[in-house]
Design a protein around this ligand. Structure first.
Ligand code: ADP
Ligand code: MG
Length: 335
């Protein structure tokens, strides 16, 4: 089982940023409103992710680190309509097989007046002070596989990838606060946008990508009906598309999400690019943050272990919706 976990780890964990992504997924699934990362040496020596989410009850704590232990799906039909970021129950087990993991957690109405610290290696449980929430610490990534460790880049590069992983989450969740510390220094912080804010996404985009991004961007909002859609949920494309001048153009400002999950998807990328070609005739580089929402049974997120790729049941319709959404936003005259 250890070997299977290590093979799974090879698919899921390429570098510290992969661990960051999985741990932040879990924190968001737990309903966290504040997530704090602490990193040492670009995440190789330490990745600590602290959240104020629901916590893990003591009885479930040891199994959380086991393979296929997930509290998120109870049946195969659940798998058709996953609403959580995680669902495979593989991430923590995989990470345990390639690093030293500990989990400190406490649930709201625990019978004890303290939390529990689980040492992943020994399986030992120890009473420890903690407010509600969970802190997962991952130390010495790839300690047992020096060959893999050699493929890592400099600490600065690995840190940049970790920040990028959090940035992708942060754009989708303006309601959650994020802070990243590296070697004891605060390197990024995005405060939770108040729930009564007029435009939380716009505010978060300004915080994360800079005022530059939002001042030259237009809002995208395009609902359509998919054929035979009995779910009552329409396909919707929302977000912002930018028209930066050449000096401010950034080719890494292309963020796409499906049901809140960051994806790299050819259908969306191609549709957005086509819209820019049609309206601006290629004079501007596409920059966007696009959020596609649709009935979860119309999209397969179980294509790849990292869940970064998806497969749409009606990819032509999705392509058309994204293209139309971006086109109509770009075509509106700007002052
Ligand atoms: P998955 O997210 O696919 O369920 P993971 O291996 O990432 O699998 O996590 C295993 C289980 O551990 C989760 O299903 C959840 O019950 C629990 N868990 C992990 N991280 C947290 C967290 N930060 N807060 C609460 N529960 C957590
Ligand atoms: Mg998970």
């Amino acid at each position: 089982d250890e070997l299977i976990s290590q093979i799974a780890a090879g698919e899921v964990v390429e570098r510290p940023a992969s661990v960051v992504r999985e741990l932040v997924d879990n924190a968001l699934d737990a309903g966290a409103s504040q997530i704090t990362l602490r990193l040492l040496a670009g995440g190789v020596r330490l990745i600590s992710v602290e959240d104020d989410g629901c916590g893990i009850v003591r009885s479930e704590l040891p199994t959380a680190l086991k393979r296929h232990a997930t509290s998120k799906i109870a049946s195969l039909s659940d798998l058709e309509s996953v609403h959580t970021m995680g669902f495979r129950g593989e991430a923590l087990a995989a990470i345990c097989s390639i690093a030293e993991v500990s989990v400190l957690t406490r649930v709201e109405d625990a019978p004890e007046s303290h939390g529990w610290l689980l040492d992943g290696r020994s399986g030992e449980l120890q009473p420890t002070a903690r407010n509600r929430g969970t802190t997962v610490e991952v130390r010495e990534l790839f300690f047992a596989t020096p060959a893999r460790r050699k493929f890592l880049k400099t600490d600065a590069t690995e840190l940049a990838h970790c920040i990028e992983a959090v940035r992708r989450h942060a754009l989708a969740r303006p309601d959650v606060g994020f802070a990243i510390w590296h070697e004891g220094k605060l390197v990024a912080q995005w405060r939770a946008v108040a729930s009564d804010h007029a435009d939380p996404l716009r505010q978060r985009l300004a915080d994360v990508l800079g005022e530059d991004f939002v001042t030259q961007a237009v809002a995208v909002d395009w609902p359509i009906d998919l054929p035979d859609d009995g779910s009552g949920q329409r396909l919707r494309v929302q977000g912002f598309a930018g028209v930066p001048d050449a000096a401010r153009s950034r080719n890494d400002w292309q963020f796409a999400y499906v049901n809140g999950r960051y994806v790299r998807d050819k259908v969306i990328t191609h549709a957005a690019r086509s819209a820019y070609e049609d309206v601006l005739h290629g004079h501007r580089q596409p920059v966007y943050a696009l959020f596609v929402s649709l009935d979860p049974t119309r999209v397969d997120v179980n294509v790849h272990p990292t869940k970064i790729e998806v497969r749409f049941r009606e990819s032509r319709e999705v392509h058309q919706a994204v293209r139309r959404a971006v086109e109509s936003a770009l075509a509106v005259p700007r002052s």
